[in-house]
Write a protein that binds this ligand. Structure first.
Ligand code: NAG
Ligand code: NAG
Ligand code: NAG
Ligand code: NAG
Ligand code: NAG
Ligand code: NAG
Ligand code: NAG
Length: 660
């Protein structure tokens, strides 16, 4: 039945007819001829290719041989036959049957693909002499190219230090009999090669190199060189990434020198993969290590100290941590500062001055004496200086010829200068005693204080009581001497002050005690030719007012004279009738009064004296005498010197107590 004839039978018949034809064709093909080949295959010029091919045939047919043709509308050009002379160019001598006819394998090998073979469509024909099946309906198109197939170079995972790095280099090809060779250049390691059949005529050559991961391999470029038959291509590169804990941790900064008060920015650098993400900072000063609060890789430090500041840092990533092995030292420079201890000391005839200067860089020192440069001011001057750490100790030595030299030390470096007037160290000067309270009545208590001008300061005081021929130490240490019950007999006292240079003494000093008047028993009158002259000597403090009672005496003159703290009142006059008259001397101050009837000297009458104590009346005769003795001793101090000339070591210059 012919389908073209079915017009009259209507459209239903057309469809039925078509389905039947398809079924008939399918069954015939299944039972009979079929060829499986790729529709297209890419081949690198000069490489080989095995075109995979399988076929089925009707059970009744026993296949015996195969010929490969190039597809053509009009002819049957042979590309493979057992008779090489039948093969067309460019295939002659380059094709080879590698299949097995009996087992349905019709694979064809082209040993050397040429550009001229490009675009040829090939197909096999089994037993062409006898089989009429139209094999040319299925062809494989040859794509012969000069394009180098891409190379795949892969690092397996992210190896950690100590693990194994696997790097695979892969390339797809068609020539299993002479596959491309892969190599890794100078990278050494364990290499394994593998060929994988990808089907459709393609193969993959894979070469894997394995070596232990070292931190030094981080960032290393590994190349894969692929050599295809007859050609070498440029290598493909891959960078190896090895993960490792931080190493080579160190601190860095733009400048390791700075000026006091300025800030410095430090960075913690480390070699780590992945990069360090956590940081700790340490600052070492004076032997102790302090952890800073900053956690960043960069810090700005403002509170730097004089001299050297040592910084360390610690860097950490997921694999571990490490400290910087050596400190980063920031040297902080500063202008000179002169130690307040710098001073001068008198050594015999010489004045030795020294100036201690801290600075960085080390300072230079200039000396001035009385405002003039030391070299110009002095004819003989010696100067030394010693530099140690950041301290310069300068020394100046010269003969002290003028009493009050001012010595100045000036220190300077590139950052500034400082000047310091040096104090002269000497034993304490102007040691003196003062009393408190200033006014104290006999029997009360008082405190003596010892003061002085001293540099360096006084370390200790001593108190002495001064006797005619010796001094007795009363106390040591305190600048105070407390006297519980004072009497006019106490003292004199002396204090001495001692500093590191030496010691000096105060003059011997009396205490100032207030007391009621006492009249010296030596007070008397003389009478000559009816002229009377009476002297009344009164001891008191404060000074007493002296008055006289002289009945029957015509007073000519009455004078009072103060003499070394005691008062001498003199009365002169004419005495009537030649009679004995009672002449009385009266003395009074705020503490009491006293009267004494004076005897006449130079008369033949028996002397009488009587004591008339009034008001205070407290002064007993014994006390009176003692007081007079005492007063004599203290008011006429210099006279004592004469009485004990042998005691030259006891300074007997007694100063009176000082009243203000
Ligand atoms: C056909 O023969 C080729 C060459 O000998 C071989 O590589 C291939 O594996 C065979 N194909 C089958 C399906 O056996
Ligand atoms: C070759 O590669 C294939 C697929 O990747 C794998 O299955 C096979 O084990 C490998 N052979 C060798 C010897 O490495
Ligand atoms: C480092 O600091 C010093 C002192 O402040 C300065 O003289 C020098 O120029 C600085 N150097 C640099 C490279 O900044
Ligand atoms: C780093 O140094 C600090 C201070 O010396 C120390 O406390 C710390 O343990 C060190 N850390 C490491 C990882 O060595
Ligand atoms: C100080 O004077 C003494 C003697 O007067 C002399 O021997 C000495 O060399 C002088 N020293 C200096 C530093 O001038
Ligand atoms: C100088 O430094 C050293 C050690 O660095 C130290 O032993 C010495 O005491 C220092 N000297 C002074 C005067 O500070
Ligand atoms: C000691 O006293 C004298 C005289 O009053 C005075 O010139 C001198 O400056 C005083 N000395 C000191 C160190 O105060």
């Amino acid at each position: 039945m012919r389908c073209q004839d079915l017009d009259v039978m209507g459209r239903w018949w057309v469809l039925l007819c078509f389905v039947l034809r398809v079924l008939q064709w399918a069954l015939t093909e299944a039972k009979e001829w079929s060829v499986t080949i790729p529709s297209e295959i890419n081949v690198l010029t000069r490489s080989c290719v095995v075109i995979p091919c399988t076929f089925t045939h009707p059970p009744s047919h026993d296949p015996s041989h195969i010929i490969w043709y190039s597809y053509s509308g009009t002819k049957y050009p042979i590309v493979y036959s057992k008779r090489p002379q039948d093969v067309i160019e460019p295939f002659r001598g380059k094709t080879e049957f590698v299949g097995d006819v009996k087992s349905g394998n019709c694979s064809l090998k082209i040993s050397h693909a040429l550009p001229a073979m490009n675009e040829y469509q090939l197909y096999p024909w089994i037993d062409p002499d006898t089989v009429k099946h139209k094999f040319y309906h299925k062809t494989v198109k040859l794509k012969v190219q000069d394009t180098i197939p891409a190379v795949q170079l892969i690092v397996d995972g992210n190896p950690k230090e100590g693990e194994t790095v696997h790097i695979s280099c892969m390339v797809v090809h068609t020539c299993i009999s002479s596959p491309p060779t892969l190599s890794f250049g100078d990278t050494s390691g364990d290499v394994q090669n593998n060929q994988t059949d990808l089907g459709q005529g393609y193969w993959r050559t894979e070469s894997t190199i394995s070596f232990p991961a070292r931190a030094s391999d981080q960032g290393r470029a590994v190349g894969c060189w692929v050599r295809h038959p007859g050609r070498q291509v440029a290598p493909t590169w891959v960078e190896v990434s090895v993960h490792y804990a931080p190493r080579s941790v160190h601190v860095s900064a733009e400048n390791s020198t700075t000026l006091l008060g300025e800030s410095v920015t430090l960075e913690c650098r480390s070699d780590a993969n992945p990069s360090s993400s956590t940081f700790l900072w340490y600052l070492q000063r004076d032997g102790s290590v302090r952890t800073l609060t900053a956690r960043e890789d960069s810090i700005t430090v403002t509170d730097l100290l004089h001299g050297q500041n040592s910084f360390y840092c610690m860097a950490q990533n997921v694999l571990g941590m490490a400290n910087s092995s050596s400190p980063f030292i920031i040297t902080v420079e500063y202008k000179p500062s002169i130690s307040p201890e710098s001073s001068c000391v008198i050594q015999g005839h010489a004045l030795r001055c020294w100036c201690k200067v801290r600075s960085l860089p080390s300072a230079s020192v200039e000396w001035t004496v009385d405002g003039t440069d030391a070299h110009a001011a002095l004819s003989h001057v010696e100067m030394f200086s010693v530099r140690q750490n950041h301290t310069l100790s300068g020394e100046l030595l010269f003969n002290k010829t003028v009493q009050h030299r001012t010595v100045t030390c000036r220190a300077f470096n590139g950052h500034g200068q400082q000047e310091h007037a040096l104090l002269i160290k000497a034993p304490p000067q102007n040691v003196s005693i003062s009393q408190r309270p200033l006014r104290v009545l006999e029997g009360q208590s008082l405190t003596l204080s010892c003061s002085s001008h001293a540099f360096p300061e006084v370390l200790s005081y001593s108190w002495y009581q001064v006797y005619q021929d010796r001094e007795v130490q009363l106390s040591e240490g305190s600048d105070r001497l407390h006297l519980q019950v004072v009497g006019r007999h106490m003292g004199p006292y002396r204090c001495s002050a001692r500093n590191e240079i030496g010691q000096s003494r105060s003059p011997s000093t009396l205490v100032c005690v207030d007391f009621a008047p006492v009249i010296s028993p030596a007070s008397s009158c003389t009478l000559e030719n009816e002229q009377v002259r009476c002297e009344c000597v009164v001891e008191s403090y404060p000074l007493a007012a002296v008055t006289w009672t002289a009945p029957g005496v015509q007073t000519n003159r009455m004078v009072s004279m103060e003499l070394s703290g005691s008062l001498k009142s003199t009365l002169t006059g004419h005495m009537w009738n030649g009679h004995d008259h009672l002449i009385t001397c009266h003395a009074a101050n705020k503490y009491g009064q006293i009267s004494l009837q004076l005897t006449h000297k130079g008369s033949s009458d028996t002397s009488t004296s009587s004591l008339a104590a009034a008001g205070c009346g407290a002064a007993a005769l014994v006390l009176l005498i003692a007081a007079i003795l005492y007063c004599t001793q203290r008011r006429y101090g210099p006279r004592l010197k004469k009485s004990s000339p042998k005691n030259s070591n006891v300074a007997l210059q007694v100063s009176a107590c000082i009243r203000v």
